[in-house]
Design a protein around this ligand. Sequence first.
Ligand code: SF4
Length: 316
Amino acid sequence: MEQTIKLGISTCLLGENVRYDGGHKLDRFLVDTLGSYVEYVPVCPEVECGFSIPRESLRLVGDPNAPRLVTSRTKEDHTERMLLWAQKRVRELEKENLCGFIFKSNSPSSGMERVRVYNEKGMPVKKGVGVFARAFMEHFPLLPVEEEGRLHDPKLRENYIERIFVFRRWRELLAQPKARGRLVDFHTKHKLLILSHSPKHYKIMGKLVAGAMGTPINEAYEDYEGLLMEALRLKTTVKKNANVLQHMMGYFKRQLSSDEKQELLEIIDRYRHEHVPLIVPVTLMNHYVRKYDQPYLKEQQYLNPHPAELQLRNHV
Ligand code: SF4
């Protein structure tokens, strides 16, 4: 049975009036579209650690690598209070089995990167990380994390959503007793997806799985998980996808008619020249996989990594 995808999210992105000025930062895509496929676990660090609504705004000051969290006008330092709360909250979140987190950008508490940090003269540099976001990412280094602003970029959106769906399948695997056969099965289904991100990881992970007999099972799972999330963080490109599609054609050598081969090659070429989006060759490939009942390819997550309704492969 498929597990629900649980995602942590900065509460204001859901339209809750929790911001310092009593407002919200509702993100329609996250709520109306992605929200149909995931269950959100809202976290508002400032309200949950005891600040009122409305409240004086906060900012990061000092060393960008270890900034202090202070109120903008009255300069009260709330760093320790936020850190203590954040440590407790990330431990609580362990029970939620999250598949990722979506942070509110530019926030001194929730921002994931490039948050303003002010020096003693009041000049900002965009090099900080929000206090809670930092604690979260240190506690869950492998979890897919993103900011709402970056998710408006179609490529970053596709990459992030693909990662949370893979992470859900990885969690489903972890819910079963660990076994080499299960790891091999998981890897086999994700091979072409991994190849579309990183041919280098594809090779390393293939060797890891093949050599898993000689490695203690917990170690093999741990190594595999690290490599999997590292690979998927690397962006796919037109070139890498075209190579995967070409590689897939090799499995049809004997079955495809010369017309079908020609048609597939033409479509891959049109994709390679960015005249059609990825969904076009993938749809044709899926058609032949079903038509010829190709056993290896029909198991490949690459062909259906996330719900088609999200239209993540429809951009050129
Ligand atoms: S950015 Fe973070 S701390 Fe600020 S209102 Fe949103 S959830 Fe709360």
